[in-house]
Design a protein around this ligand. Structure first.
Ligand code: ASP
Length: 321
């Protein structure tokens, strides 16, 4: 598939709707099955929460926690390693009705950063984004478990880190077109009462600088939900944050565009506007739904792991265009 194309798809729905993604990049053939397995597990978890009548905010948190637990993805266990050879995790979650959100960035010892982000949604609002040690201290205060960062590292990432240590001229933007590991995860949901929510979680880019934070924990960039729509992004974080991809995609729904078209239009716009010297084209993927009707996804990378469920469409998962 030419990487310049935008691939898009629609999921018919009139009521509750669940969309998940497991990252947009050139997923190698031998990792496809693991990605589909993780996507299906997350859909099962999300549907269970949805069927129990719990709000969309709980649905996206639990589905993303399931993806963090699955080692196929660049989030939680299985995350890529930074230049120091350690995982650096970011996550954000948001509720559309109240615009309350929570996020954590640059944490190393939390197996499920999305759960700590969720605790910030419920907090008194004096902090919405916490970083590093402060985020880990907050997690301890609210009873979220911590683990040794080494326990999040899988052999696949140790090998990839060793290969990148010896690579010359590597630019983190190249990670999305080539076969460097990518697999940020996300979920958007609409519950039976029409409430919307979004969550995104990532280990960032392979071989990123210590302290580098991408789009995923930045509200409006890597995740967003309001009364109009809910979106979760994956791709080159520096570009996504610059164009505030998720807010803009939700805003595009107001002009009457269907979710898949709105997502595709914003990804095209990003690729056209962000052309920084020395960087690869600004590619990525989005899942998006509105307050009613269908949901959709779009991506400009060779593949994107994604899954969906609605009463009309049933359950499905795919990685190919
Ligand atoms: N957007 C993430 C970041 O730049 C990476 C990804 O989506 O794979 O941190």
């Amino acid at each position: 598939m030419p990487t310049s194309d935008v691939v898009l798809g629609t999921v018919p729905a009139s009521g509750p709707l669940l969309l998940v993604h497991g990252g947009a990049w050139d997923i190698p053939g031998d990792e496809v099955e693991a990605h589909l397995d993780g996507i299906r597990r997350a859909l099962r978890v999300g549907r269970r929460v949805l069927d129990a009548g719990r709000p969309a905010l709980d649905v996206v948190t639990e589905a993303v926690a399931a993806l963090e637990d699955h080692p196929a993805f660049d989030a939680g266990r299985g995350a890529v390693l930074d230049r120091d050879g350690l995982p650096q995790l970011d996550a954000g979650v948001m509720e559309g009705e109240t615009l309350r959100w929570g996020a954590v960035a640059s944490v190393r010892a939390l197996p499920n950063p999305v759960r700590t982000a969720r605790r910030l949604v419920d907090s008194d609002g004096q902090a919405r984004l916490l970083v590093g040690e402060g985020a880990e201290r907050f997690a301890a205060e609210v009873g979220e478990p911590a683990i040794d960062p080494g326990a999040l590292i899988v052999d696949r990432e140790r090998r990839r880190h060793a290969a990148l240590l010896g690579a010359h001229g590597y630019h983190t933007s190249q990670a999305f077109a080539g076969d460097h590991p990518r697999g940020t995860v996300g979920c958007v949901a609409r519950d039976a009462d029409g409430r919307l929510a979004s969550a995104t979680s990532t280990g960032g880019v392979p071989f990123g600088r210590s302290g580098r934070v991408g789009d995923s924990p930045l509200v409006g960039a890597g995740f967003w939900a309001d009364r109009l729509g809910a979106a979760s992004a994956t791709g080159w974080g520096e570009a996504i944050a610059t164009v505030q991809l998720c807010t803009r995609a939700c805003d595009a729904l107001a002009s009457g565009l269907a979710p898949a078209e709105a997502a595709a239009a914003r990804l095209r716009d990003m690729r056209e506007r962000i052309q920084w010297e020395g960087a690869a084209p600004a590619t990525g993927g989005l899942i998006l739904l509105g307050s009613e009707g269908p949901g959709g996804w779009a991506f400009t990378t060779p593949r994107m792991a994604r899954g969906w469920w609605s009463g009309e469409a049933g359950e499905g998962a795919a990685v190919d265009p």
